[in-house]
Ligand binder design. Structure first.
Ligand SMILES: [Zn+2]
Length: 371
């Protein structure tokens, strides 16, 4: 169980997916986001099957000529080959910096910022819609909004990660109500005021708020900007739900990190109480989820460090990913303790660190398993 030398890498045979990512200089934010996505089964299987090769979109003006998708596929294939302790994601990092200059250097960034860029980039690079038709926006009903979204956006990312929320604005003066439905790729939720449960974050997300002075709404009846009340509701949830906790708060003058604990059951999270309508497809839609991956942030804004926990899709075991280092994670709540024969000095990390999470990926449970 010694660490890697070149020869050992050649002869190494390990569990596919249990593979570190070398830190190229403050790139732990990227590594932790990559580990979360790498351990998202439907997406990784899509890349390992090479399905992306048939769907690369080289002409999409919003895409990256397929280059981000190809660079991502290379990293995933190496990580799941079972032949490396750790992979050096240098080409991927260079591509990301090429298309999103904020990631060019070696400064620390938010994991969520990278994830957001990557999901968007993969979507556009793999968009099955080659010619986006113009669709006139009007007050839509949810099914129509979803259909319109799918007519312009159809990719493995939409299949896997996109849900729909409903946004209701009410003018304080004339009481005009405006309803729109918007797709989302992840939910960015506020931290709970008191403590503890992820459900509270969703509750806060769906609480009525009044728009701020800087961001008013133009009321078509009053014909002026109004500080309308706004309420968001979840309409439908995706196969893989990503929840981002807004731990970092930025104002004009301050940046601060909130260390509030957000604890939650790792299995069987039930969002059905928050769902307005149970789905955009005729089948029964997802509402119950198990945690499959989580990214953690330790420390302050500038000196912080990202790591991640994730469950391997093939053996069900949880691992702790700290850049190039991977260790078993003990997870009393889920996994019955198993003794690894030999794994990097047999270090075991506890999932209590979940308390620092800022990004969580949840896989929906098949409907049939509910009963
Ligand atoms: Zn009005």
């Amino acid at each position: 169980c010694r660490r890697n030398s070149a020869e050992e890498q050649d002869s190494y045979r390990g569990q596919p997916g249990v593979c570190g990512l070398t830190n190229l200089g403050n790139t732990c934010f990227m590594n932790s986001a990559l580990q979360c996505l790498s351990n998202t089964p439907p997406l990784t299987e899509y890349f390992l099957r090479s399905s992306y090769l048939d769907e690369l979109n080289f002409t999409n003006p919003l895409g990256m000529k397929g280059e981000i998708a190809e660079a991502y596929a290379d990293v995933i294939k190496q990580m799941w080959s079972g032949r490396h302790y750790s992979v050096v994601p240098r080409v991927f990092k260079t591509k990301v910096g090429h298309f999103a200059s904020q990631f060019l250097g070696y400064q620390q960034h938010d994991s969520q910022e990278l994830l957001s860029f990557l999901l968007d980039g993969l979507h556009e690079d793999l968009n099955r819609v080659k010619n986006k038709e113009y669709i006139e926006l009007r007050d839509e009903v949810a099914e129509e909004a979803w259909r319109n979204h799918r007519r312009r956006n159809d990719s493995v990312i939409v299949d896997t990660f996109h849900g729909l929320f409903k946004s209701t604005l009410v003018c304080p003066e004339c009481l005009k109500v405006s309803v729109t439905f918007d797709p989302f790729c992840y939910l960015s939720v506020p931290l709970p005021v008191s403590k503890e449960r992820v459900m509270e974050c969703i509750e806060l997300f769906t609480t009525v708020e009044t728009l701020e002075e800087e961001n008013p709404w133009y009321c078509p009846v009053c014909k002026k900007h109004q500080l309308a009340t706004k309420k968001l509701d979840l309409w439908s949830l995706p196969e893989v739900l990503i929840i981002h906790l807004k731990r970092f708060s930025y104002t004009k003058f301050t940046r601060e990190k909130l260390d509030t604990i957000v604890d939650f059951p790792l299995r069987d999270l039930d969002f059905s109480d928050f769902l307005l309508r149970k789905g955009v497809s005729p089948e029964e839609p997802p509402s119950r989820y198990d945690l499959i991956a989580v990214s953690n942030h330790y420390g302050g804004l500038r000196d912080g460090h990202y790591t991640s926990y994730a469950q391997n899709k093939d053996n069900g075991q949880w691992y702790y990913f700290d850049d190039s280092k991977v260790t078993y994670a003990s997870q009393d709540q889920i996994v019955v303790s198993i003794t690894p024969p030999c794994f990097r000095g047999q270090e075991v990390t506890s999932l209590r660190d979940l308390l620092n999470w800022d990004l969580g990926c949840f896989l929906s449970k098949p409907v049939l398993n509910w009963f």
